[in-house]
Design a protein around this ligand. Structure first.
Ligand SMILES: [Zn+2]
Length: 215
């Protein structure tokens, strides 16, 4: 049986990483998360991992070509499995062409992309209200999971902080980059009738359940 290929796309703050893990385990899919793949190759000191680390040590982005090779090795290893769920790749049309080429070598193709649709305003609200304890790393949300007292950590009493990544101007920039690169990808798959849009406005757990029931 041919392996199914699914791609999960969603904005930062949609809980996509956790959802991807849970969906893959629920559906018995091989999860291909580029972040995990990189960490794993670097950790095991594979040939590709050693090269990737040389870029990371210099604070540079790991070239797409290298990431693609890691993905290919992973597919080769797991070929024949039920399916593959991609998280974090492809991010744009050019990465999608690379993926297409690679899949052809295995006589596979993308079956469907799952697009978690969330309004920018929702992302702002979720992320700008996030607070973290600089001491014990506890995470809070001023609306949904507030600390008991002011903005102090329940565990250690430390003053909570907002991570730089969660500041409004940083989030706006990340969302701009996200929308600019993924919109053409979404349009492309929409034309091919291969897109499943999921309402991402609900709680992350509900979104996850909806995805699982849709694939
Ligand atoms: Zn703390």
């Amino acid at each position: 049986m041919k392996s199914k290929i699914y791609i999960l796309i969603g904005p930062p703050g949609a809980g996509k990483g956790t959802q991807a893990k849970n969906i893959a385990s629920n559906k018995d899919f091989v999860l291909i998360s580029t972040g995990d793949l990189l960490r794993d190759n670097v950790g095991r000191k594979t040939e590709l991992g050693v090269i990737a680390k040389s870029y990371m040590d210099k604070g540079e982005l790991v070239p797409t070509e290298l990431v693609t090779k890691m993905i290919k090795a992973n597919i080769k290893q797991n070929i024949g499995k039920n399916g593959f769920l991609f998280d974090g790749f492809p991010r744009d049309l050019s990465q999608n062409s690379l993926l297409d080429e690679m899949l052809k070598e295995f006589d596979l193709e993308v079956d469907r992309i799952i697009y978690i649709d969330v309004k920018n305003e929702t992302i702002y609200e979720r992320l700008t209200n996030r607070r973290i304890c600089p001491k014990c790393k506890d995470v809070y949300h001023m609306k949904y999971n507030p600390p008991k007292k002011d903005e102090l950590c329940d565990n250690c009493g430390e003053q909570l902080i907002t991570r730089d990544d969660d500041k409004l101007d940083v989030i706006k920039k990340r969302l701009d980059v996200y929308h600019n690169s993924t919109q053409p990808l979404v349009d492309y798959f929409e034309k091919m009738g291969k897109i499943t849009k999921i309402n991402g406005e609900k709680a992350p757990k509900e979104v996850e359940a909806e995805i699982i029931s849709n694939i």
